[in-house]
Design a protein around this ligand. Structure first.
Ligand code: SF4
Length: 202
C-alpha cells in the first residue's frame, strides 16, 4: 500500500485540510521517543500549493536547532540546484519522513516512522503536488516501498498513485560523495524540464 493511502480507502485523495490544521494536530508531539531528544520539531516549510514536495529522511543537527528543514550546507546546495533547474525554493515544499532528529543522525527506527508517517501523509494530501522528490535512500525506499537503492532507481520518473516520484541523492550526501553531484543535478534538471513541459492544471 502506498504511504499515502489510508486503510480502508483504495486511493489517496486530496483533502480539504490546510497545513496549519495539520501543524495544529502535530502540536508538541511526543508520540515516539524522538520527541524526548529533539531541540525543535521540524514540521516542514514551503509553498502550501507547491507542485513539488521534497522529502528527506529526518532533521539533522542544524535543522533540529533552527526548526527548519534543509538549512546549512545541504540547504544551500539544494537552493543552487533548484535555481539551475529553473525552480525557486518558494515554489516547493520540503518535509522529512520523521519530524524530530534521531540522536547522532542515526536512521529513524521503523516504529518511529510508523508513528510519524501519518503527519507526512496528511501534509502531502493537503498540498496535493504533482511530483514527490525523494532525497536519499531512506525517503526513496519509504515512498516507493522498495528495497532498491537510489543508485538503481534515480534518473527516471516513477509513479505512486497520483504522484510522479523522482528518487535522487540527498544533497548532504554529495558533500561526502562529490561524484554524485552530477547525477543529482541531472535529476533536478529532468524535474525542471518536466514541469516546464507540463504547466500547472494541464
Ligand atoms: S518524530 Fe514524529 S512521532 Fe516522533 S515525536 Fe517527533 S513528530 Fe512525534
Amino acid at each position: 500500500m502506498s504511504i499515502l493511502q489510508i486503510p480502508g480507502h483504495p486511493k489517496p485523495t486530496p483533502r480539504e485540510v490546510t497545513l496549519e490544521e495539520v501543524r495544529a494536530v502535530v502540536g508538541d508531539c511526543h508520540l515516539c521517543p524522538l520527541g524526548e531528544t529533539r531541540t525543535n520539531l521540524v514540521f516542514g516549510v514551503g509553498n502550501p500549493h507547491a507542485r513539488v514536495v521534497f522529502v528527506g529522511e529526518g532533521p539533522g543537527r542544524n535543522e533540529d536547532l533552527q526548526g527548519e528543514p534543509f538549512v546549512g550546507a545541504a540547504g544551500q546546495k539544494l537552493n543552487g540546484l533548484l535555481a539551475e533547474a529553473g525552480l525557486r525554493r518558494e515554489d516547493i515544499y520540503i518535509a522529512n519522513v520523521v519530524k524530530c532528529r534521531p540522536p547522532g543522525n542515526r536512521n529513524p527506527k521503523p516504529e518511529e516512522i510508523e508513528v510519524c508517517a501519518p503527519f507526512l501523509r496528511e501534509q502531502i494530501r493537503s498540498i496535493w503536488p504533482d511530483v514527490i522528490v525523494c532525497l536519499g535512500n531512506f525517503a526513496t525506499q519509504f515512498v516507493l516501498k522498495t528495497d532498491q537503492g537510489v543508485t538503481r532507481l534515480r534518473g527516471r520518473f516513477h509513479r505512486t498513485g497520483h504522484f510522479l516520484v523522482v528518487p535522487t541523492f540527498h544533497p548532504a550526501a554529495t558533500i561526502y560523495h562529490p561524484d554524485w553531484l552530477d547525477d543529482l543535478r541531472s535529476d533536478m534538471q529532468m524535474l525542471g524540464a518536466w514541469l516546464a513541459e507540463h504547466p500547472a492544471g494541464e
